[in-house]
Each structure stands twice: as C-alpha cells, then as structure tokens.
Design a protein. Structure first.
Length: 420
C-alpha cells in the first residue's frame, strides 16, 4: 500500500508537469490535460508494477493496471471537482438603451454612450472619459459628463476593448497598450475630430499618457484623475494596492476567491500559454471571477472606507486586465516624449488614494503644462467622494477659468495624504 501511495503522489506531480509542458505547445484543454492524465496513469503503473514485483505479488502487471485505473479515476474525479469545476458566470445583463457601438478598423467593436453638446454643432473638442482597470468600465456617462455637455462639449464614455460590452479578443495576446492607443486613435478619426479632450481615471490616466506620447498634437487638454503610473518600471516597489483595508468578511471572501483551484490553475497557465488559459477558462467565467474580486476591494477606493453606490453589472475583463498589465511592464519609457508634449493637463491627486504619492506627483513633474491639485476627502474614486468639487474642477479647467483649488507645488505629500 505504501508503494501505491508513493506512486499516486509521484504520478500526480508528473501528470501536472506533463500537462504544463503540453500546454506550452497546444491550446486545447482536452489535449494538454489528457496528456497529463496519461502520464500520471503511466507513472503510477510503472511504480506500482515495480512495487508489486518486489513484494512478490503474482500477476504484478494486472495488479498494477488495476491500481492505476483506480488512481486515474480518482485524478479525474479530483480534477472535475477542482480545476474543471467552472466558476459561476454572472447572468447576462441587457445593455441600456443608450449604449451604441463603434466598429473600428482595428477590429474592435466598442460599446459607448454619448451626451451631445447643448449647443449643436459644437465647436469644442469632444470629451472622452477613459475608465480604469485595465478592463474595468463604468456604466453610463460618468459624473461631470452631463454638466460638460451643458457647457457645449460632446461627451463620450466607452468600454475599452476586452471589457464591459466591447469586443473580447480571440487571441488574448493581442491585448496590449498599443492596441488601446490604436483604438482611441481610431475613435478620434471616427468622430472626425482633430483634437480630443481626455479625462482618464486610474489606468485611464496611464492610457491618456500613452496616447499623448504617441499623438501629442491630437490632444487639446487632458485630465488625470487619481491616475495610475505613467510607466510602471519607474516604481520597482509597486504603485499601491486597494487590498489593504478590507473588513474581515471581505478578506475572507478575497482569500476564498484567490485560492479557488481553477483560478490557481488559470494563473499558472497564464504564465505558460495565455491562449491555453483562455481555452480552459473562457471570458464569461474569468470576467465573473474578476467582478467578484473587484467587489471585495471597492471600499479601498473611498476615504470613508464605505462605498454606498450599488455595483453595476457592466463586467470587468479579466484577460485584457492581465495581458495589458503584463505588456505595460515591458513597453519603452514614454516620459521623454511626454516632457516635450505641450498639452495643458490637470492632475487630481486624492487624499486617500491607495496609489502612492510619487505616482500622482510624477504627472506634474513630467508634463510641462500641468497643474496638480490636492483633493481632500477623496479616495481613488474622486468623482464619487467629491462629486461637486470634481465637476467644478472639470468645468473650470476646460473653460480656462480659475480652478476652485490652488496648485499643489511641493515635492512632499499633501497634509493628510495617506502613505503606504
């Protein structure tokens, strides 16, 4: 029995390694998992056969075959209950009536909403809100958008490729920073606008910076709202995480989600062959899991540590998040180009932002025509925590009026700024 036990453990390890090696070469789960199972059963048979022969068991081969079949069946049952047990997808939600779609020459089908300018036709550059993530869209026109439309701006918000109601790519390796920039440039062309006004929150700020570096002449103004890093390689110790202030119940749910065996297998496969991972865990399932994870960290976006707005059902995109984030860590440094970009920019740094102060400050330090303001009483979700002030900042900046907050010029964190 000891030989069978040892053989089972060795067989499982060998099978897992074989499945991983096979997944490097093939994308089909039935193939790479089948190869792993065959290797596991074969190893179990060889070890069991050797053990039965040493023990003097008659018909050792038959005994080893029998034990291998039992072990193989146990492995299949274990896999069915763990790595093959699907994470429950969220129910499909019907898109609101206001949602429209752009079919872009990049191949992306982009869901968007639009509030036309009050004075038509508008002579002002269109305003585009860029959401965070990557792959974490909002729902509808963001806070401040309706007020800007009333002041004569065409206002748009769209779900970036791979998230929300926009295209999910068949080849997940095509989720890159460059793809996001190219989609935004295609949207500008679709709108027939020579210049855009970009309002980027979190990762949307990073995307705004990337677009300016590539197309500085096509940005009239830019607003960075609690923005992510311009270039993550500049922060080897990390930029900050929203998972540091969860309640015990949230922490337990987060740990449960992160330790899900199927998700652990997905994470391992992402490092081996992202296409194999995508084949094993399809978009709807992976996006549902990411949605649940995001809900556990919602409170970390607010100063009060309590988000009262109900969550929407415009789901995040798991693969665009993982692959774009990985690509973001490999791109060339855009900061030399940004130092020469003559784009007026407003940077909103938030008192309780989970992103570290140098991440926010770098926008002011790099962009030559930038102004940074310190928004007290706001976390990463600036517009939710301080909606009136947020809207007023947008209105005054875009209309070239005095801002309701003074410029913050110190290198040190503002008073009361959270440090982590």
């Amino acid at each position: 029995m000891a030989v069978i036990a040892v053989g089972t453990v060795v067989a499982i390890v060998a099978g897992a390694l074989a499945a991983g090696v096979a997944a490097y070469a093939v994308d089909t789960p039935a193939l790479f998992l089948g190869i792993g199972l065959v290797v596991a059963v074969s190893v179990c048979f060889l070890i069991s056969h050797w053990g039965f022969r040493v023990a003097g068991v008659r018909r050792a081969a038959a005994a080893a075959a029998g034990s291998s079949v039992v072990v193989g069946a146990a492995i299949v049952a274990l896999a069915a209950a763990t790595i093959l047990h699907p994470f429950p997808p969220q129910p499909n939600a019907e898109a609101p009536a206001a949602v429209r779609y752009w079919e872009l020459p990049t191949g992306s089908r982009i869901a968007y909403v639009h509030v036309p300018a009050a004075d038509l036709p508008s002579r002002k550059p269109p305003v585009i809100f860029l959401h965070g993530g990557p792959g974490t869209p909002g729902e509808g026109i963001p806070i401040g958008g309706a007020e800007l439309a009333a002041r004569g701006y065409d206002v748009y918000a769209y779900d970036q490729v791979g998230g929300g109601r926009s295209t999910r790519l068949g080849d997940v390796t095509e989720y890159t920073v460059r793809r996001q920039v190219d989609d935004l440039e295609a949207i500008r062309r679709r709108l027939g606008a020579d210049q855009l006004i970009l309002i980027g929150r979190s990762w949307g700020g990073s995307l705004t910076a990337q677009y300016i570096a590539a197309h500085p002449d096509h940005v009239a103004k830019a607003v960075f709202v609690a923005p992510g890093a311009i270039w993550p390689e500049a922060f080897p110790d990390g930029v900050g995480e929203p998972w540091n202030a969860m309640s015990p119940a949230q922490q337990a749910r987060y740990d449960e989600l992160m330790s899900n065996p199927r998700i652990l297998a997905l994470s391992l496969l992402m490092g081996v062959n992202p296409q194999a991972a995508h084949a094993l865990v399809p978009d709807a399932e992976a996006d549902s899991w990411m949605h649940e994870v995001a809900l556990t960290g919602r409170d970390g976006a607010s100063c009060s540590r309590e988000v009262t707005t109900p969550p929407h059902d415009n789901l995040q995109g798991f693969y665009v998040n993982q692959r774009t984030t990985a690509d973001f860590a490999t791109i060339p440094d855009p900061r030399p180009a940004l130092r020469n970009a003559r784009v007026p920019a407003l940077v909103m740094a938030a008192q309780c932002d989970f992103l570290r102060w140098p991440v926010s400050r770098e926008y002011r330090d790099i962009l030559p025509l930038s102004t940074l303001v310190d928004v007290q009483g706001a976390g990463h979700a600036v517009s939710t925590d301080q909606p009136e002030l947020f809207t007023r900042l947008l209105e005054t900046f875009l209309d070239d009026q005095p801002l309701p907050l003074p410029a913050y010029t110190s290198m040190d964190p503002p008073p009361g700024r959270w440090t982590r």
